[in-house]
Design a binder for this molecule. Structure first.
Ligand code: HEC
Length: 119
């Protein structure tokens, strides 16, 4: 059963990487109404499902020119924007229609932990 998990993750990653074009500019950030209830967002889990293919477990893998997040010094706003809308060159997927605003903010903060916790 364990053997199926990497395949499953790979399938999701393929799906995530595929849809770059149509999502780019259409979704205005912040259109999701504020979520009132406190929610448990497992950023590490989302990372492993959605982000690891390009950025790697520790943020420094750099597949497809992905930014090295251990060295990145960009602001929280910049990160929220790039996660929501994807990178300008279209390589990084836009997650604005995949993750909600709270999850995107959690992921942006999570990416800021790579240079604190590692190395
Ligand atoms: C298909 C590959 C790919 C996936 C999947 C991906 N990224 Fe990226 N990411 C990139 C690339 C490429 C860049 C550099 C873009 C640029 O600078 O133009 C980048 C840049 C970033 C940056 C900006 C870093 C900086 O300060 O320069 C952040 C933050 C980021 N990614 C977070 C994430 C998160 C969070 C996820 C998962 C939800 C994710 N990425 C998934 C490819 C990817």
């Amino acid at each position: 059963m364990k053997r199926l998990i990497p395949l499953f993750v790979f399938a999701i990653i393929l799906a995530a990487c595929g849809g770059g074009e149509e999502a780019t500019a259409s979704e205005a950030p912040g259109t999701t109404p504020a979520v009132a209830e406190a929610k448990d967002i497992d950023a590490k889990k989302i990372w492993k499902i959605r982000c690891i293919a390009c950025h790697g477990l520790y943020g420094d893998m750099g597949t497809n020119g992905a930014a090295n997040l251990q060295e990145a010094t960009s602001s929280l706003d910049y990160r929220i924007n790039i996660i929501t809308n994807g990178s300008e060159n279209g390589v990084m997927t836009a997650f604005g229609e995949i993750l909600d605003a709270d999850e995107i903010e959690a992921m942006a903060k999570y990416t800021m932990s790579f240079n604190e916790n590692l190395k």
